[in-house]
Write a protein that binds this ligand. Structure first.
Ligand SMILES: C[S@@+](CC[C@H](N)C(=O)[O-])C[C@H]1O[C@@H](n2cnc3c(N)ncnc32)[C@H](O)[C@@H]1O
Length: 377
């Protein structure tokens, strides 16, 4: 069973700009001491609260458990600090590990060196105790560590998720320029969608926004689509822990609900419509997908949401005439909330009015604005 210090300090990482949305989500999930920070959200709890967050969070990229925090102005101090932590509950010489690192301002400036020193300390601890050492597997490790160093303070974490949580598993293939599932989920929350009003993504590509909307409306925990998380490969994840995790999964299964919310995805590209449909089937949800152009969008009058991620020109061609046509179509959707993830100022310009609200978000490395407009009835 996983060792049980009474409270573990967790850090859920998030795409820049989505920390507030993740904080609100984790509070709704009734996790404790939830506090937003740069790049993510802190919370505290037992190990199983971390498992629960892996299963239920739609916005977090990773759930990290803090294993140690110490001064590390140089390599020997980092090595000693990591060796002080007892790694034996988590891995044996039969397990593989990988270490990643990030740093800013301090004596240690090279992430490759930080990862190497950390790995050496873990491996040496096990070798000295058990005469055998675990090996490194950067692609598919059993145990993933993350080290963050800022102003000579090192924080060492275990990564519970393993593979990033945006990889839900339903989008095996994709078209160009898909949104990360976690970013789509954050946009749905930030624009204030109530999980009941009709929603359309008129440029849906591989269907990420409608699929995430349907999962949320159906109260489907996104982690249910995954076979297993990183922590389920740790040495301490024994039969008792596995049985507890099975219970947490079955509670989540029972909480799914049927929904008849009208969720629609359209795209000019018939191949995108086929792909979006196949992705939705893999996710076990049924938003509607139809071919169509954004310029001819008619989503009915009355309350509704348009949530869209138009092409920007960076990865897909952007066309000023497309933005003008899109903007005119959006203005005609009476009573609607229009949420546009704009990766280019030309999109905001074409909208021809100030957004009622906006957020700075990062789509990968690309700084974007989520523009929110509320149309009169
Ligand atoms: C940035 S991609 C959307 C990606 C999507 N959010 C996803 O996660 O896969 C933009 C999409 O707009 C579509 N598109 C371009 N012009 C369009 C138009 N006039 N009407 C409807 N869709 C259009 C493209 O085919 C492309 O799939």
């Amino acid at each position: 069973m996983t060792p049980t210090p009474s409270q573990i300090a967790f850090f859920a990482t998030a795409a820049k700009g989505t920390e507030g949305a993740l904080r609100d989500e984790l509070r709704e999930l009734r996790l404790y001491h939830v506090r937003a920070d740069r790049g993510g959200v802190h919370f505290e709890g037992r190990w199983e609260d971390g498992w629960f967050a892996c299963l239920h969070s739609r916005i977090a990229l990773r759930i990290l458990a803090q294993m140690g925090r110490f001064e590390a102005p140089d390599g020997p101090a980092l090595y000693d600090g990591v060796r002080q932590i007892d790694w034996t509950p988590f891995l044996t010489p039969e397990h593989t590990l990988a270490v990643s690192a990030a740093c800013r301002s301090g004596g240690l400036t090279h992430t490759g060196f930080i990862a190497q020193k950390t790995k050496d300390a873990v491996v040496d601890q096990l070798r000295d105790l058990l005469a055998l050492r675990p090996s490194v597997d950067r692609k598919d490790p059993d145990v993933s560590l993350f080290v963050h160093i800022a102003k000579d303070q090192a924080t060492v974490y275990l990564d519970l998720a393993g593979e990033s949580l945006h990889r839900r598993g339903y989008r095996a293939e994709h078209l160009e320029a898909p949104l990360k599932e976690t970013l789509a989920a954050a946009i749905l929350r930030l624009c204030g969608w109530d999980r009941v009003s009709p929603l359309v993504d008129p440029m849906c590509g591989s269907g990420t926004i409608p699929i995430e909307a349907a999962l949320w409306a159906g109260n489907v925990a996104p982690g249910l689509l995954r076979r297993r998380f990183g922590f389920e490969r740790w040495a301490c994840h024994d039969a008792t822990a596995a049985a507890r995790m099975a219970e947490i999964r079955s509670v989540a299964m029972a909480a799914r609900r049927d929904t008849d919310v009208d969720i629609l995805g359209c795209d000019i590209d018939p191949a995108a419509i086929d792909l979006a449909g196949s992705n939705a089937r893999k996710a076990g949800v049924r938003p509607r997908f139809e071919p169509g152009t954004v310029e001819t969008l008619r989503h009915g009058d009355g309350p509704g949401f348009v949530v869209v991620n138009p092409p920007y020109g960076e990865r897909l061609d952007a066309d000023p005439a497309l933005y003008d046509g899109m903007s005119a179509a959006f203005r005609s959707q009476r009573g609607h909330c229009i949420a546009v993830l704009a990766g280019s100022p030309a999109i905001e310009h074409a909208m021809r009015r100030q957004p009622d609200k906006w957020y700075a978000l990062f789509n990968g490395d690309l700084e974007c604005r989520l523009l929110i407009y509320r149309n009169a009835v």
